[in-house]
Design a protein around this ligand. Sequence first.
Ligand code: HEM
Length: 362
Amino acid sequence: MAAGAAAIQGGRWRRVWEAIDERLGLSGLAYPVPTHANGIGYILGGITFFGVLVLAGTGIWLAQFYHPTPGTARESVVYIMNVAPLGDIVRGVHFWVSNIVMATVLLHLGRVFVTGSYKRPREGNWLIGLGLLGVTLGLIFTGTVLKWDQEGYEALGHNIEAGNLLGSFGFWFSPEFETSLPILGRLYVAHIAILPAIGVLLLAVHFLLVKRHGISSRPAQADLAVDGGPAPARGGSTFTAHLARMAGFGLIMLAAATVLSLVAPAGLGDRPIPGTETTKPPWMFLPFYPFEDWFGLPALLWIPAILFGALALVPFVDRNPYRSPRRRRLFIAIGAAVAIAAVILVAYAFATVPQAHVQEAV
Ligand code: HEM
């Protein structure tokens, strides 16, 4: 009797599911993906995407309380931290997830580089990925300014100087571009609308291309096929299982960010003092910081330009058809040298005393 009731119940749920699926086509998501796509190396992009969703949600919450004007911005952050409902936790999660996302983007790039997954036919998606890296850095940079503390104010000073160095191309970065709205207001619009809109467009193309090409096979299998062996096997798992795994890792990231926001809350520096430079940039910008000490502010334009330019050329210069790291020793050695140099530069930047670089007070 009990078994019969359970069967009726089960049949009812199946019919509900079939009715929803008929209308939304959800079962179409269960298309085959290779098993290795569920390993940590191949799911870093998915974890990053989960982080992007958390940033959008927490960002919308913070926007309910934040005032983007120089006279009120920092005080509204103090309000978020002390008065707004869940403000301190939501701000902490936004801050920590942005840092984790930066780390997972870099690890994702590293995985794609090491496994040679930028090779034909994925060169275009590598370039779209570089655009996403630029958007991520832009979001963290503008977010830093929004706090309107000493660090944010100095970041804005760099923004304006970079605009001056770009000459007529840098008009948007100048406070004189439009005086009806302080530049802080325009950077806020960039943070909540312009950069997210560009990011959503790039993500849509990025995901369409991943779907079109399929996730790259393991390098050893791909190399076997280059040597005339069997084509790499497809399938073994499903996209829905992949999504579930991505959500699992994403929830672990969210839990870690929540704990971090409690034990190490997002900081807020003192009110800015115009004309002084006492802070260093967030860690992801630190590899560029020593160049600013050695060569002055113009280095902040040409070092990232060289880095992004070199990264953009990678798929077009590395024409070797093999993908295993041991069959691409030169490129792996160059990549490792760049990564080690970045770590050394960060350590150096940590150890040095902040110097004044910006000429004009904002
Ligand atoms: C917001 C930043 C990014 C997000 C959310 C994202 C997301 C994803 C996702 C979900 C995948 C599927 C496989 C995986 O997770 O590894 C993927 C694949 C890929 N991504 Fe990204 N990505 C981002 C940035 C980048 C960057 C910075 C690069 C490199 C410059 C890049 C290049 C690629 C390439 C070439 C693939 C195909 C890899 C393969 O088939 O093995 N992505 N991305």
